[in-house]
Design a protein around this ligand. Structure first.
Ligand code: DOR
Ligand code: ZN
Length: 389
């Protein structure tokens, strides 16, 4: 009898493939190859490219580029940072072909890579328009004011930002900031009856807010990122700026809350927020000025398979309390739920065969992302793709 496991081709509903404009970090071809090697055959790409995906023209250009990529179905989020982008969105929605390639709208409550923060007024307008057009709206939830206040306080105390190592990044973007933005986003979704999806939720407070909103039947879903499930602030000492991302790494108790959210069904999706930057960009003296973002599209599946096998891949931390996490959870979180939430229409049929017992070691130079590094270097994982139909 075969002990192999079959899964559908996985969906990663949050990636940054960097094309156009940032191809030196990664491009559609290189990052799709990495995705395929990680069992992912459908991705939803974020709009913070150069130019940003905020007009019909830039959207059309991305679709044309993606049509040349075999084996990876790349869908795109439309970015809104100004009112005029909503007019473009309305035009896009009249084009049946382009509309099919759009998985939703993305709004940022604070700046991150690409500086796409929108004002509160524009965000509110975006919720209203997305509700009218029935477009899912994905929110990067970090409150700009709380982040700014935290940053100022820390810098005032330290005097010189060069004296601060990367671990201060987590203090400059505190848990309360995520909670405040999630609260605002849920209020807007409620007011306008919009379909809200919260990206890379990273805190216990955030999980609780989503749990409560779901109990009140607000149309809200959420995802957690692989790096927040496997890394914590304890990892800064070994990873340095490779562990810098937004929202930032949190403490082990926040990490536990994310696994609890998976266990009770509050968390709908696991996504990678795959965001390649080059090693040169990451290895700067002033650690807080390093770009935020971490790779992950090729390593999500083996990390999750390791947990499903009863293990824990982190070399030095112990396994959080994870009562049940099975292969069926991977199917739900990385295929069924994102397929439904973003109406991707992907067939639920077995495509990847996995040898659940195969042990191997993650190594950046064997991975396919153009940037060539991984925060999981040297980690022992269990479970490997055996075959792809
Ligand atoms: O860490 C992050 N990196 N967070 C984001 O919001 C953007 C992303 C990127 O594009 O590098
Ligand atoms: Zn992202």
């Amino acid at each position: 009898m075969s002990n192999k496991i079959s899964l559908p081709a996985l969906i990663d509903c949050h990636v940054h493939f960097r094309e156009p404009g940032l191809e030196y970090k990664g491009d559609m071809q290189s990052e799709s190859t990495a995705a395929n090697a990680g069992g992912v055959f459908t991705v939803c790409d974020m709009p913070n490219t150069n130019p940003p995906t905020s007009s019909v023209e830039t959207f059309r250009d991305k679709v044309a580029r993606a049509s040349k990529i075999k084996n990876c179905d790349i869908r795109f989020f439309f970015g809104i940072t100004e009112s005029s982008h909503l007019e473009e969105l309305k035009k896009l929605w009249e084009d049946e072909e382009l509309k099919k390639r759009c998985c939703g709208v993305k709004v940022f409550f604070d700046h991150s890579t690409g500086d796409q923060k929108a004002s509160k007024d524009v965000i509110e307008e975006a919720f209203k328009v997305c509700a009218e057009l029935r477009i899912p709206i994905v929110a990067h939830c970090e409150d700009a004011q709380i982040n700014e206040d935290a940053r100022h306080m820390i810098l005032a105390k330290a005097g010189d930002s060069n004296a601060l190592d990367v671990s201060f990044h987590s203090l400059m973007r505190p848990c309360a900031s995520e909670a405040k933005a999630i609260e605002d986003a849920i209020n807007l979704a409620t007011r306008y009856s919009a379909q809200l999806h919260i990206a890379h939720l990273s805190t216990a407070l955030g999980i609780n807010l989503v749990r409560e909103a779901k109990e009140k039947n607000v149309n809200v879903t959420c995802e957690v990122s692989t790096h927040h499930l496997f890394l914590t602030t304890d990892d800064y000492k070994t990873l340095g700026t490779l562990a810098k991302m937004n929202p930032p790494l949190r403490t082990p108790s926040e990490q536990q809350a994310l696994w609890d959210g998976i266990a009770d069904g509050t968390v709908d999706c696991i996504a990678t927020d795959h965001a390649p930057h080059t090693l040169e960009e990451k290895q700067v003296d002033d650690q807080l000025s390093a770009p935020s973002g971490v790779t992950g599209v090729e390593t999500m599946l083996p990390l999750l398979l390791t947990v499903a096998s009863g293990g824990w891949p982190h070399p030095t931390s112990s396994r959080p309390n994870i009562p049940i996490f099975q292969y069926s959870n991977i199917r739900k979180l990385c295929f069924e739920n994102p397929n439904k939430i973003f109406q991707l229409g992907k067939p639920d049929e077995p495509r990847i065969t996995i040898d659940p017992q195969k042990e191997w070691v993650i190594s950046g130079d064997k991975l396919h992302s153009k940037c060539g590094w991984t925060p999981y270097e040297g980690w022992k994982v269990v479970g490997k793709i055996d075959d792809v139909l």
